[in-house]
Design a protein around this ligand. Structure first.
Ligand code: SAM
Length: 222
């Protein structure tokens, strides 16, 4: 288990005082996406779900509310402190400090969700996390990845939304420069969907939000 963020130190420590506010803003922006992920997992009959890179645990809380069994794992002690604080006492789900490159589980999950974490990883970390996500899945399980995509038919709204997202990511780069560099590298690659097909993911379903700038992609176990 990692004591520090894999990018060196805890990249999220500097924003600890702002996390409650950021959580609220993100929840406002992402509630419909998160609801959609929970619905999708319920429709697929998933029960045990690894919320990888869970941050302060917004998705795990929704999953627990829906009667699923999430495990909330993250490499940042700062983010996990937020998750523990909001998970209720006693916590309604396990909150685990760990590294996506070495998950401390066997193949026990019906689903692994990676939400808004792939873009901040560097390419070797992405590849290692991808392999681990598959390893901890049951043979009939699914991966659900939420991250930034390139709109297929860019219009005014999709360009605007893309510029807002890029601005937010640039700010994240002030806190932790590799974050922005990794985001740019993913987008230069073609975004989430291109990355998944290049890494051999068999896509079962795909949805887009924010005028094509955010994708939710369901991938079959290998
Ligand atoms: C932008 S936050 C997203 C949080 C949450 N999943 C959400 O959708 O709101 C990305 C999270 O990925 C985590 N992360 C990055 N690299 C990781 C790694 N190697 N192992 C585990 N977590 C990692 C970060 O610590 C951070 O909490």
């Amino acid at each position: 288990m990692a004591n520090d963020h894999p990018s060196g130190g805890d990249a999220y420590r500097p924003i600890a005082p702002f996390l409650p506010l950021l959580d609220r803003l993100l929840e406002l922006a992402l509630a419909h996406v998160r609801r959609g992920v929970v619905r999708l997992l319920r429709e697929r009959g998933a029960h045990r779900v690894l919320d990888l890179g869970c941050g302060t645990g917004p998705l795990s809380r929704r999953l627990a509310d829906a009667g699923l069994l999430p495990v909330c794992l993250d490499a940042s002690p700062t983010m996990l402190a937020g998750a523990l604080g909001r998970a209720c006492r006693p916590p309604r789900f396990p909150v685990v400090l760990g590294d996506a490159r070495r998950l401390p589980f066997g193949p026990v999950f019906d689903a692994v969700v990676l939400s808004l974490a792939l873009h901040e990883m560097d390419p070797p970390l992405r590849a290692a996390a991808w392999a681990e996500m598959h390893r901890v899945l049951r043979p009939d399980g699914v991966l659900v990845v939420v991250d930034f995509t390139l709109p297929e038919r860019p219009g005014q709204m999709s360009r605007l939304a893309g510029a807002v997202i890029a601005g937010i990511e640039r700010r994240a780069g002030w806190m932790h420069p590799p974050h922005y560099a990794n985001y740019r590298a993913l987008m230069a690659y073609g975004g989430l969907t291109t990355w998944i097909s290049a890494h051999g993911g068999r896509v079962l379903a795909e949805r887009h939000h924010f005028w094509g700038n955010l994708g939710v992609v369901v991938v079959a176990a290998r």
